[in-house]
Ligand binder design. Structure first.
Ligand code: ADP
Ligand code: MG
Ligand code: ZN
Length: 463
């Protein structure tokens, strides 16, 4: 059976460090990169008798995100103890939420309207401390002579978002994650930086035959902190699971590790049953009961969300280009240029490839872009537009050479000087065109009109 007859099923559990001044249940400051064990107290070190007090800002941040994900907000949410033993968990349990999370269920529509991702829940918990392995290979426990614990991170407010298994391709899962990350960042509730570990995801993957009801056992890939590796791990899980099912193997639900070097998943350890954590309501904390007025105030504070803006931009651009603008913070540049008459595809390219400019320069830039100026003049205009007001007239005088009779000899010379490349182009590698354009630009000191150069080159190469 071909791989295309199998369908991918992905569900995500995403963790984001909340951007609060202090920890989740004590008043220790949160400071990324601070000297080890300088932000600790009896509460986050679990001294006997120390009592937790919830961070109100973290509760508000969680509600804000819940609203952005279309979640119901609980009138009464409970904290619960999740019990397990680990050196970085001094209490012997993590305070989390179990039976009654602050947010959920919800529905998050991906722009374009063809997929709604169910949100199981979004809840609050605290992060564990950090174990640092000394003396071994880079941070690994294998070969280390000792393991040290940095309690600064212990008790950091963590937001956990759990989706339904509604994502159907690696691409879609990564797109959802990008949108979620952008939403979190724009709400100002977390920096959500994978490289810094302030955003991490557990990725659950299974496959089933197209048209099949229900789901098969899933593999869980924990603590992924790179978009690229998440995509590759999902693809690898798909290949390995399809091969296993086709060989008639019974798959088990387990935790897997992704090895980027071999591009394969290897089994980590079998998944603990939820019961192993012996969850029970946290006796030291009263339930969180967010007042309706607070929820309504937060709802009123929600800005237009990235998903909605991408949806709007897809009237002008394809989905990937729109997402790229929104998730890189370049969208205002494309909008400013387009509002002044620059065609949207060109506005997208300029917004992505040129530096920032003062918004007041958008009209002048649009005039310059629309005119037949040299590439040098365009470079100069964008450079100047970043630091002060510019006048279009300064640049409009430097017009590009679009006179065919002036450009033809240059083009002929470039083609004659590169017979190998000409053959490569004619052999089907049309990407070589860029090389020829570059050569002509170099010969003309950037003064040739690229539109005319392209047209003449194509005519000669195809002729
Ligand atoms: P647990 O409580 O054991 O972590 P959940 O049922 O809450 O299990 O699911 C955890 C995550 O796994 C969710 O994101 C969910 O969407 C995903 N998931 C559950 N079943 C599957 C499956 N068969 N295939 C892929 N993902 C799944
Ligand atoms: Mg889980
Ligand atoms: Zn503390």
């Amino acid at each position: 059976m071909a791989a295309s007859e199998w369908e991918l099923v992905v569900g995500l559990e995403v963790h984001a460090h909340l951007k609060t001044r202090t920890k989740m249940f004590c008043r220790c400051a949160l400071e990324y990169g601070a000297r080890e064990n300088t932000h600790t107290c009896p509460v986050c070190l679990a001294h006997p008798g120390a009592l937790p007090v919830p961070n109100g800002k973290a509760v508000e941040h969680t509600i804000l995100l819940g609203l952005a994900l279309g979640c119901e907000i609980a009138e009464r949410a409970e904290f619960a103890r999740k019990n397990y033993f680990y050196p970085d968990l001094p209490k012997g349990y993590q305070i989390s939420q179990y039976e009654s999370p602050l947010c959920g269920p919800g529905r998050f529509a991906l722009p374009g309207g063809d997929r709604v991702v169910g949100i199981v829940r979004a809840h609050l918990e605290e992060d564990a401390a950090k174990t640092v392995h000394a003396g071994g290979a880079t941070g690994r426990s294998v070969g280390a002579h000792s393991s040290l614990v940095d309690f600064n991170r212990g008790g950091t407010p963590l937001l956990e978002i759990v989706t339904e298994p509604d994502l159907r391709s690696a691409e879609e899962a990564m797109w959802f994650l990008r949108l979620l990350r952008q939403t979190i960042v724009e709400l100002g509730i977390s920096d959500a930086e994978m490289e810094k570990g302030t955003l991490r995801a557990d990725v659950n993957v299974s496959v089933r035959r197209r048209g099949e009801e229900g789901y098969r056992p899933r593999w869980e890939i924990k603590n992924m902190n790179s978009f690229t590796f998440i995509g590759r791990a999902i693809e690898a899980a798909f290949r390995q699971q399809v091969a296993a099912h086709e060989a008639g193997e019974e798959l088990e639900q387990s935790t897997y590790d992704y090895d980027p070097d071999t591009d394969r998943l290897t089994v980590h350890r079998s998944k603990e049953e939820a019961d192993d954590y012996r969850y029970f309501p946290e006796p030291d904390l009263v339930p969180v009961a967010p007042p309706a007025e607070l929820v309504e105030r937060l709802r009123g504070e929600l800005p237009e969300l990235p998903g909605a803006r991408i949806e709007r931009l897809t009237a002008q651009l394809d989905r990937d280009a729109a997402t790229e603008l929104v998730t890189t913070g370049n969208e205002w540049k494309a909008e400013a240029l387009a509002a002044e008459g620059v065609e949207w595809r060109a506005a997208h390219a300029l917004a992505m490839n040129r530096g920032d400019f003062l918004p007041e320069n958008a009209a002048a830039l649009a005039r310059i872009v629309g005119a037949n100026v040299t590439r040098e003049a365009l470079d100069e205009a964008f450079a100047a537009a970043a630091t002060g007001p510019i006048e279009a007239e300064t640049y409009l005088a430097q017009t590009a050479v679009s006179d065919e009779s002036a450009l033809e000899p240059v083009i002929d010379a470039v083609l004659a000087a590169n017979p190998g490349q000409v053959e490569t182009y004619r052999g089907g590698k049309e990407g070589v065109l860029g090389f020829f354009v570059g050569q002509v630009m170099r010969e003309t000191g950037g003064k040739a009109d690229p539109k005319v150069v392209n047209r003449l080159l194509l005519a000669k190469l195809r002729g």
